[in-house]
Design a protein around this ligand. Structure first.
Ligand SMILES: [Zn+2]
Length: 386
């Protein structure tokens, strides 16, 4: 049995204990409230921060979109200022006879395809139908390029004199060279077909033209020249020197020089006597006289296969054509087909097809007026092809 005192002590003890538990619960409840308040504050602060970051991003976006719209408006409204055009080279040097295709770029370096070119002096540089610049004569000239929306660009060109006319400086003097020559034209599609074939093999040839044919086809004379071939003189009327006086020979030669100059801006430098007959005026020293070492006889056989065989037979006999001058005629209708086969054959054999002036240049021969040249061999051998 408990005594009364004990019971009281026990009750007192339980009361204090209850009191301690109640206070503990109160403390815990307070702690939870504080934690809750702190977490709420943190949460609110975080939300504020996130909102701030997000709102600053979208502000950026709005600004950049606004800028873009402004830029777009500017570039469509004032194209001249926003996107000017220019030549890839604002200054250029050409030699007489060179053809140059200029590249026109805008400020994004995009190549323009629709533009027109104008030369301030057509006697120095001419613009042809393919928008190529053709150097016609020595001097300086400004070329203006215009696009349909009015944008313009300028290029200053200096054209060097004609001393080294048309001679390609990038040929290999150690590789074999042959000069194909075509007489008695220009002659319409015969000549243009031959040009096409030559161009396919990066070949150049010499065209000995007669004045009466030049009169008929001035555009072809220009085409021959512009494509880097040699325009040469074969007299006005193709009359044999044996039937002409000194004065008549002079007229036959000089009138063609003038005629060619009127078309391409420069006189031919080489002459071939009609029929190979050398007259007194012709040998008097005005121009070098170019004969030939291989006659394909295309004028006689009028057969493309026979013309072609005249070339292949040289190799079959153990000779070669390095340094030879080959005679053909663009007057003959069978010749263009023969040229196709000949060019393919020579190209396969590693031959460079060159103009007579190129051949002389690479064989270090300074041609002299009135002298006859039949070939430009490296070692000047005597050859018998027949
Ligand atoms: Zn002839």
């Amino acid at each position: 049995m408990y005594s009364i005192d004990e019971r009281r002590r026990n009750e007192e003890y339980r009361r204090r204990r209850r009191e301690r538990i109640r206070k503990k619960k109160q403390r815990e409840a307070r702690r939870r409230r504080i934690t809750l308040v702190l977490m709420t504050i943190i949460a609110i602060l975080s939300i504020i921060l996130i909102v701030k970051i997000f709102s600053s991003c979208s502000a950026d976006k709005i600004v950049s979109t606004a800028e873009k719209i402004a830029n777009a408006t500017q570039s469509t409204e004032i194209p001249t200022l926003a996107n000017p055009i220019k030549f890839t080279e604002s200054q250029l040097q050409l030699n007489v006879g060179n053809a140059h295709r200029p590249l026109i770029l805008d400020s994004y370096r995009t190549e323009l395809t629709e533009f027109s070119l104008k030369s301030e002096n057509e006697k120095i540089v001419r613009v042809n139908e393919n928008n190529e610049l053709i150097a016609m004569g020595e001097g300086d000239v400004k070329i203006i390029c215009t696009v349909s929306d009015g944008r313009q660009a300028e290029c200053q060109i200096h054209v060097n004199p004609m001393s080294t006319t048309g001679i390609r400086k990038d040929l290999d003097r150690n590789k074999p060279m042959v000069a194909l020559t075509f007489d008695d034209g220009p002659n319409g599609s015969n000549t243009t077909s031959i040009l096409e074939t030559l161009n396919r093999y990066n070949g150049k040839a010499t065209f000995f033209m007669a004045g009466y044919k030049i009169e008929e086809y001035p555009d072809i004379v220009r085409q021959v020249f512009e494509q880097g071939h040699e325009v040469a003189n074969h007299s006005r009327d193709h009359l044999y020197a044996s039937d002409l006086t000194f004065e008549q020979q002079k007229e036959q030669m000089e009138s063609v020089n003038q005629q060619v100059k009127n078309i391409i801006g420069q006189e031919p430098t080489l002459f071939r006597c009609p029929g190979g007959i050398e007259g007194e005026y012709y040998t008097s020293g005005r121009m070098p006289l170019i004969s030939w070492s291989i006659d394909t006889l295309d004028w006689e056989t009028k057969n493309s296969n026979s013309t072609y065989k005249r070339i292949t037979s040289v190799f079959e006999k153990g000779f070669n054509l390095d340094g030879d001058i080959v005679l053909m005629h663009d007057l003959q209708d069978s010749t263009p087909d023969a040229v196709k086969k000949i060019c393919e054959y020579l190209n396969e054999k590693g031959y460079q097809m060159v103009t007579v002036s190129e051949l002389a240049y690479y064989r270090d021969v300074q041609m002299e007026g009135g002298e006859v040249y039949r070939y430009f061999y490296k070692d000047n051998p005597s050859r018998d092809y027949e």
